[in-house]
Design a binder for this molecule. Structure first.
Ligand code: NAD
Length: 363
């Protein structure tokens, strides 16, 4: 199969869908790899590294689409690309159709085969191509919080871990899934006192067993959130209710009971955010202040660390890319239920119920 690796064109996106070492594995499986010129530069992979492992560098996205049986991206196709997508071409990327009606309707017209990273499932029903980005965002949330706690950024002026004879900061993480656990691990590692809240008792039991001694897993309730918010120097929002908007767990009213200069990082902002006062921000202008509380609400956090994110993404996507390219999408979907769940569109029809339901379209 001829597989094309496109350069990302969405703003602030420096990731690329495959590293040179991933490309090497694809070539070893008998495929021809076309890489758009400078596709990997933002992630620290110049064209020469792709050429060294046997890829062909192609000058324009139009040529990549024209010559490839399957194209890979990180973000969803942008309007300037719709007309380049070919009938029956496999497009393998994060699609997030259910969040974008115009993309869904336009992509349907291409008659291409859309396999979406975000709906592929593993044997346990987990979402293996979302996990690495949640790990990145969770870990990054504490790094960002530490930075904006500094007085020069308007923060409280407190060090997360404290020092000898001085108590550490208190970090409250709401949501003990992938993002929350990674955030809590980082905050614990820096020596903070960490409260990790979740509503799932089995999850709390597990967290109680595996987390370090300075992490206190607790059942999440409105009362607990209210009380801990008053004590917090940092609050990380990391909840997810699948298929629904994030619940607003910290209201505007509660901000006035918090310590001035505290930092809230709303990682769940891509699902609407879990603080009433959250609104999406960008890496160029990541924070704003409401009632003395610093808000960090960047919706594509992994984009800030493209080298780490690109390698983590390739680690997760590569086995699926190899399987789809080796077998073709029909056989891959037949033999791997997880890939079948990734199939969102084929033959001009929606093949994923959640997408069809989102806009009342046929399925
Ligand atoms: P996850 O499913 O692994 O974890 C979510 C957890 O939230 C679950 O354990 C669930 O029990 C818990 N939860 C639900 N309601 C709760 C409540 N009221 N109180 C406490 N806990 C509650 O999801 P995840 O992968 O950790 O992702 C979390 C959020 O981060 C999602 O919205 C995801 O889209 C987002 N995310 C954002 C970025 C970014 O760049 N901003 C990157 C990756 C993920």
């Amino acid at each position: 199969m001829i597989v094309g690796i496109l350069k990302e064109i969405k703003s602030e996106e420096n990731r690329v869908s495959m590293t040179p070492s991933g490309v090497e594995v694809m070539i070893a499986n008998g495929h021809t790899l076309l890489v758009e010129k400078s596709a990997g530069v933002g992630s620290g992979f110049p064209d020469e590294m792709y050429v060294e492992v046997g890829a062909h560098i192609v000058a324009t996205p139009a040529e990549v689409f024209e010559r490839s049986d399957m194209v890979m991206h990180v973000k969803e196709p942008q309007p300037s690309e719709y007309a380049m997508v070919k009938k029956d071409q496999i497009v393998f990327t994060y699609m997030h159709f259910a969040a974008d009606e115009s993309l869904t309707r336009e992509f349907l017209k291409t008659n291409a085969v859309a396999i979406a990273y975000e709906t592929i499932e593993d044997k346990n029903g987990a979402l293996p191509l979302l996990t690495p980005m949640s790990e990145v965002a969770g870990r990054m949330s504490v790094q960002e919080a530490a930075k904006y706690l500094e007085r020069v950024h308007g923060g409280r002026g407190i060090l997360l871990g404290g020092v000898t004879g001085v108590p550490p900061a208190t970090v409250v993480v709401i949501g003990g899934g992938i993002v929350g656990t990674n955030a809590a691990q980082m905050a614990c590692g820096l020596g903070a006192k960490v409260y990790l809240l979740d509503m799932n008792l089995d999850r709390l039991r597990y967290l109680s067993e595996v987390m370090p001694k300075n992490c206190f897993p607790m059942m999440s309730s409105p009362a607990t959130v209210r009380e801990l918010a008053m004590e917090a120097d940092v609050v990380v929002g990391a909840v997810l209710i699948p298929g629904a908007k994030a619940p607003k767990l910290i209201t505007r009213e509660m901000l006035s009971s918090m310590k001035p200069g505290a930092v809230i990082v709303d990682v769940a902002i891509d699902q609407g955010g879990c603080f009433e006062t959250s609104k999406p921000t960008t890496h160029g202008d990541p924070i704003y202040e409401v009632d003395g509380i610093i808000h960090y609400c960047v919706a594509n956090m992994p984009g800030a660390v493209p080298i780490t994110s690109t390698i983590a993404l390739t680690n997760a996507t590569l086995p699926y890319a190899v399987e789809i390219a080796n077998k073709g999408w029909k056989k891959a979907c037949k033999e791997n239920k997880g890939i079948k769940l990734g199939l969102n569109m084929a033959d001009g029809k929606i093949t994923y119920k959640g997408v069809a339901d989102a806009f009342g379209l046929d399925y």
